[in-house]
Every structure is written in C-alpha cells, then in structure tokens.
Design a protein around this ligand. Structure first.
Ligand code: TRP
Length: 330
C-alpha cells in the first residue's frame, strides 16, 4: 500500500485556505492509509529572518490546529521535523547529487530570492530538504497543492539519481497526490489566500468574526447593483460555497445569483451558515486542546518516536550503501 507523507509550514493557526487546500485531504487520507506521516516543517521555516519566540508559538499553534482539524494520532504520525535530525542528514547527502542548475530553476526560489539582497544558501537548498523529508520515510504518495509539483519533480529526480548512482532500488519515486479543491483565493478575490496578505479566514475564528470578514469580501465585480445578474463561475464566494455548502445549496445559490434573485449578502449569509457548521466542531476541539496542552505535547512526542524509528532505519541503510557508518567491517 502507498505510504503517505506530507509537510506543512508552521505558519501558526491554520486558515481555511490551507485547511481546504491540504489538511482536509490529509484527514481523509489518514483513514485510507493507516500510518500516514504528517510533519510540521520547522526547519523549512528558518530560511528567512525570524523571531525564535514567534516560531515556537507558531509551531505549537500549527500542531494544535492540525489536531483540531482532525489529524488523529491513533491513525497518523504527526511530528515536528526538527525532532528528527535525520532529515538534515539525508538532506546533506542529497545536496551532493543535486545539480545547482536544477535548484536555481525552481520557481519558488526565483520568486523569493529576487526580492533579497543577500540570498541564504538554505533558500536554494529548500527543495533538497523537502526531498529528504519524503524519502526518509520512503513515501511514494505526497498530498500537496499544485504549487508543490515542481518540488516533487526534484524529489523524484533525486530518488532516481541516488538509486542509479549506487545501483540499488532503494528509494521510491514519490508522486504528488493533488488536492481535489481548486486553489483557494483570499477574500480580496485576487491573490492566493495567505496570512501575510491578510486576506484569510482563520480556521478557529468565531462566527461573528467570520461574518465580519465575509461581509466586505469581493464577489463578481459585474454585480454592482442587486438587480444585476451575476456569474457564480467568476465569484470567489461561490468557490467557497463549493467547499462549505451541499450540492443542493450550491445549485440554488448559483441560480439565485444568475437570476439576480438574491443579492450578494443573501448568498454570503448562506455561506456563513455552511462555514459555521463545519468549523464549529473544529473550534471546540481546539479549545479543548488549549485547556489540555499535554495532549498536544504527547501527540508530538509519540509521533516523533515513530518517525525517528523509521528515519533511523532508512539512514542506517543509506549510510551502509554509501560506504559510510560503521555497521560492519569492510
Ligand atoms: N514546501 C511545502 C510547502 O510550502 C512544505 C513541505 C516541506 C512539504 N516538506 C514537504 C510538503 C514534504 C510535502 C512533502 O507547502
């Protein structure tokens, strides 16, 4: 059976963009693939300047959000990347077989580095660490969004190259398992939903503050007056209906929009109901976890143990194949 691995940056509390774009899929997959491995990638989060206290808080909040969203430590392995030092060891090994040109061609590197005066080498190596994350567990299926496809290609190249160099069939070729939901745009209706752009709805926000964000959110720009018919296909609010409302409601909403039967506020109220229904249980679980932080710590500690066990096995084999380590006399 496929082994699932995925990682998420410790950006703090989840927002509905990364919930719908990734984590909801993780929750679904953990039931089908017992032992799925999910990692908060804190080593990836230090390639820019950052405040250690903020990182510490964000790692914790991410772990709490993931557990609240339904990642179940009884089914999946949830851990902090930096609790498993083998990630960095395998990453170093992979740097020795990765062509510099392949790294310089990565879109994410080009975007981020173009805005920097001094580029940390770690930013260039980011996808190598990502390949190490995946291959350390010999995972072959990686649930990610569209934006990670290029990084996954590099991970496949790395696997193939390492196997060929040492003439073994050790690492699998990890494939992206693309999230069914389309990329979620922010409430401005134009940019990707992202915390740094301030266009998100937090996964743990209360009903009233969700409404305060939905109210001014951008809809079909052609609907200036309530009597103007709208086009749900170009409306970001309708995209959110697809994630939070039943198919019957979606059909009704679309029809009311096209016929100008409803104004955008009516449509947003129905969306709000759907969001509240899905997010309330998540918020309740998050509150319980906040009251019992030991449950978060225990989950991470148990997950770290399982992950280290698998990682250790892989690294021992890798070292042996590469002529490193001291497993036996030559
Ligand atoms: N680069 C991924 C992102 O920004 C996070 C990540 C790191 C990841 N390591 C991974 C995703 C391994 C999947 C598998 O979303």
């Amino acid at each position: 059976m496929a082994r699932i691995f995925s990682g998420i940056q410790p950006s703090g509390e989840l927002h509905i963009g990364n919930y719908l774009g990734a984590v909801k899929n993780w929750v679904r997959l953990q039931a089908e693939h017992p032992g799925a491995i999910y990692c908060v990638v804190d080593y990836h989060a230090i390639t820019g300047s950052y405040d250690p206290a903020v990182l510490r808080a964000r790692r914790w909040e991410m772990a709490r959000s993931l557990l609240a969203a339904g990642i179940d430590p009884a089914q999946a392995v949830l851990f902090m990347q930096s609790d498993v030092p083998e990630h960095t060891e395998l990453s170093w090994i992979f740097t020795t077989i990765t062509p510099l040109g392949d790294l310089e061609r990565q879109t994410q590197f080009k975007d981020k580095s173009s805005k920097m005066e001094s580029i940390p080498a770690g930013l260039l190596m980011y996808p190598v660490l990502q390949a190490a994350d995946i291959l350390l567990y010999r995972a072959d299926s990686v649930p990610v969004g569209e934006d990670q496809v290029q990084h996954l290609e590099l991970a496949r190249d790395t696997s193939r190259k390492w196997n060929a160099k040492f003439n073994v069939e050790f690492f699998p070729e990890p494939k992206p398992l693309l999230t069914p939901t389309r990329r979620i745009l922010g409430l401005d209706g134009s940019a990707k939903m992202s915390k740094s752009l301030g266009n998100t709805v937090g996964l743990l926000e209360d009903d009233e503050s969700i409404w305060q964000k939905l109210r001014p959110a951008v809809t079909d720009p052609a609907r200036v007056r309530k009597t103007d018919p709208g086009n749900p296909d170009v409306c970001n609010i309708f995209q959110l209906h697809k994630a939070f409302s039943s198919e019957a409601t979606q059909a009704h909403v679309a029809q009311q929009c096209r016929s100008a039967g409803w104004g955008c506020m009516d449509c947003k109220k129905v969306l709000h109901e759907g969001m509240v229904a899905e997010l309330t249980p998540i918020r309740r679980r998050a509150e319980l976890l906040a009251a019992e932080p030991a449950r978060i710590a225990d989950a991470l500690s148990d997950g770290g143990k399982v992950a280290r066990g698998i990682a250790r096995e892989t690294i021992d084999r890798v070292r042996d194949i590469m002529g490193l380590g001291s497993l036996h006399a030559p």
